[in-house]
Design a protein around this ligand. Structure first.
Ligand code: F3S
Ligand code: F3S
Length: 109
């Protein structure tokens, strides 16, 4: 059950969550961050540090943010605008660097 980042992160991007994650699986888009569901070990360390409470376990995401569960996954499994292949599981946000684009759902908000 991975953790998920929802709408409150958009245009806030506090990034305190990145410092807490022991496996470096929180990746940076243009206006929001995304947790890699294949790499997240469900430790929960990121959840309490987010000042806007954007992070929750996927099965506890509020109903109004339910579409963010799938959208966090899409960031890694689908080809993002301007790229030629999906991100997949690159093994660390730090070495990957800012991805610089968002999923179409986030970009449209
Ligand atoms: Fe976003 Fe909160 Fe992290 S605003 S960058 S999910 S600390
Ligand atoms: Fe990292 Fe949060 Fe998962 S700290 S391992 S993204 S629960």
């Amino acid at each position: 059950m991975p953790y998920v980042i929802a709408a409150p992160c958009i245009d806030v991007m506090d990034k305190s969550c990145i410092d807490e994650c022991p496996v470096d699986c929180i990746y940076e888009g243009e206006r929001k961050l995304y947790i890699n569901p294949k790499e997240c070990i469900d430790c929960g360390a990121c959840e309490p540090v987010c000042p806007v409470e954007a992070i929750t376990q996927d099965r506890r995401v509020a109903a109004e943010h339910a579409d963010f569960v799938e959208d966090n996954q899409r960031f890694f499994t689908e080809i993002l605008p301007g790229r030629d292949q999906p991100l997949g599981a690159p093994g660390g946000s730090n070495k990957t660097g800012p991805v610089g684009v968002d999923t179409p759902m986030v970009a449209a908000r």
